[in-house]
Design a protein around this ligand. Sequence first.
Ligand SMILES: Cc1cc2nc3c(=O)[nH]c(=O)nc-3n(C[C@H](O)[C@H](O)[C@H](O)COP(=O)(O)OP(=O)(O)OC[C@H]3O[C@@H](n4cnc5c(N)ncnc54)[C@H](O)[C@@H]3O)c2cc1C
Length: 481
Amino acid sequence: MTNFDLIVIGSGPAGRRAAIQAAKFRKKVLVVERGYRVGGVCVHTGTIPSKTLRETVLNLTGWRERGFYGRSYRVKQNIQPEDLKRRLSITLDHEVEILEHQFARNMVQRVTGTARFETPHRISVTLPDGKTESFTSDRIILAVGTVPHRPADVPFDGDLIVDPDEILDLKRLPRSLTVIGGGVIGIEYATIFSALDVKVTVLDPGAQLLGFIDQELVDEFLHDLRDRGITLRLKSNVAKVERVGGDSCVVYLEDGRQIRSEMVLFAAGRQGATDSLNLPAADLSSDKRGRLHVDPSTFQTSVAHIYAVGDIIGFPSLASTSMEQGRMAACHAFGEDIQAAPEFFPYGIYSVPEISTIGMTEEQLRDKKIPFETGVARFRETSRGHIMGLSSGFMKMVFSLENRRLLGVHIVGEGATELIHIGQAVLNLGGTLDYFVENTFNYPTLAEAYKIAALDAWNRFPKTQTNVALLRDAHTRLARA
Ligand SMILES: Cc1cc2nc3c(=O)[nH]c(=O)nc-3n(C[C@H](O)[C@H](O)[C@H](O)COP(=O)(O)OP(=O)(O)OC[C@H]3O[C@@H](n4cnc5c(N)ncnc54)[C@H](O)[C@@H]3O)c2cc1C
């Protein structure tokens, strides 16, 4: 039996970052991964594949050029599933190669197989040939992620009725698609398929979609979706899903309505992948969604030498935050200082158009009774937006009325997930409205929207003497530009 300084279970973003961090401390690290290749959901079925599919669709359909050339413009006519999958496999191979090289360079050992606890310090791994091997360690990090929620009464067939993992292995391009679940994953796929001119219907039991995003932004986004012909059916509970013949499906709603489409994507939730871990052997247990509870500052579970990081601990369930959690857990496990993560991190939704947001929403500020003022900009107000032919794109910034500090940035439109980082830096460094008004931005850029939104907010701010002077200066500088 081999002993390690650290055993990491799972090679997704959380596990990989934990393993590499521990290896940098010159520790002997083992990563156990049950998948045939390293990378986790992030590389094989989640983040990277969905974003690659999105990019392929936007390129092949000529989506970004349609503002100029009209809705019927296409770079490639008659797009086939093979066209979509080709780029996917090249991208994934590249990602796996980078990871494998990273593990090799840092002398992280790997074993392919399914891990389960034998005791709180001993793991047994079932290898692909069915044999088992045991390993021990003083520290264990669980980074096992999640799997799609697949209710027993939904007749998944991997062809017409699919989950988000299966949709990547598309056998045919449907003419119509019903997406059950209007969460982030459901909305991303709904808008990607809509960009392919597939007729899309989204069903969700809630009264509002994307409730954690600033509602003005969501309204703007949903207006865009409806304008493109996406049907949104809220407060819709699904009673039954059925395949009818060789090429269509029916979703029956509890209120008696029926929705017919060629394909159904069931994207209503994910489940922690803790089933195979034999948690009781480590004195641990998961909640009813298979997730583990941890101390949020150290990522320790109730058993001090066992950590849990990434999607298995729930919100925010992002690749970006998972990596950071992995790094922090490894640091804590080996007695290194860890700083608490900054309060605000960006959230990106790679729908078409994309959404990104950081900090507080208008709704949160109202709830907390914090006085604020907003400023907005539309991308079509920027020269870069004109050049790109953008007809949509919206940025909203929220500032404190008490001390002028930036409290939140909310963006929907082209480049939102990149643009947000300017707001993130200012927000986490405690910057104010003045930063955006006084600084010069490259021209022509979409980032100029920050300046426009800030000036818009400034115009609405109560006019103290200082405000007036600064505003005058800013306008003079803009006029000279
Ligand atoms: C469709 C989709 C799109 C997404 N898009 C984004 C995005 O745009 N941006 C973003 O930041 N995040 C996105 N995410 C979320 C992101 O993929 C996850 O937050 C991230 O993958 C979580 O990383 P993780 O390391 O916790 O787990 P995972 O990436 O889920 O990796 C867990 C690994 O553990 C392995 N494992 C499980 N049990 C065992 C066991 N018993 N023994 C051995 N190995 C085991 C699994 O095989 C898997 O490889 C998306 C997710 C999905 C599904």
